[in-house]
Ligand binder design. Sequence first.
Ligand code: A3P
Length: 304
Amino acid sequence: MTTQRNTVTAALGMEPLDKYMFKYKGFNFLQGSVTPEYIDSLEDFKIRDSDIFLVTFPKSGTIWTQNILSLIYHEGHRNGTENTVLIDRVPWLEYNVCNRDYGNRPSPRLFSTHLPYYLVPKGLKNGAGKIIYVARNPKDVLVSYYHFFNITVKLEKIEDFDIFMEKFLAGKVLGNFWLDHIEGWSAKENNFNILFLLYEEMKKDLRSNVVKICNFLGVTLTEEELDDIVDKASFDKMSVDPRSNYSSMHPEFLDFSKGRFLRKGTVGDWKNTMTVAQNERFDSIFKERMEKLPFKFCWDINEF
Ligand code: A3P
């Protein structure tokens, strides 16, 4: 049965990674949630100048920035008169889980994606639309991801952190290898209309980052509206708002008996999980390429 499935997927250019993920065009996707045909079709997905794409490597603050974008654009979200969940306000480009007709959405359309630069629609590569790329220090990403794997029904359960870390270092997770993702996007900076943000900077000073986002998007808000967004995008407020924390996600996707999506939301939590030896191994693979990135990451909340 498995051999038969592998033969079919190979014919489609899909390479099965495990029971839950497959690789297509060099990038890992969630099994059963997207097809190669749909991924192929994204190249010609028509981009409007008013489109806004949030690009992240998983566990880098996607839901946080989805919430900020939704609060910026939807007054009904700010004042609580509209009860729409984030996954529908800022849906995934590559995983159309709510089965929406993206082509008919009103402008400005907000999208999220984990895609690498080379798989996004060509309109974006030609400078149409706007992109916000949020990056987070990869050790906190790793630890956050480890917990995420264990609450996600459609991903392998890996209890041993050491085993998960090796999977992460081998790029056998959604998003592939962290360094490839961020290097790819930052090297192509000039091809896109793009703003880079750091999770740690958002944590340090959310208000100025919301202002930065508004300036980039050409949105003018009052001081009160900005205060409201900063308040509603705080970890504490999002943790108890089911529209903003994925808690209403179908149990087929997330098992909240195993943990929360908004887990700790801090900087430097990796120190509570990684051993000295794991940290050294991580650095031996990451350090040299990290130093060449045009971003200065913060590794500990005490450095603020
Ligand atoms: P932790 O697991 O370290 O707590 P993503 O949405 O890309 O999957 O990222 C999830 C991570 O962002 C989780 O990290 C989550 O807690 C954190 N996060 C979400 N909302 C946040 C907020 N308002 N402030 C700080 N961190 C937040």
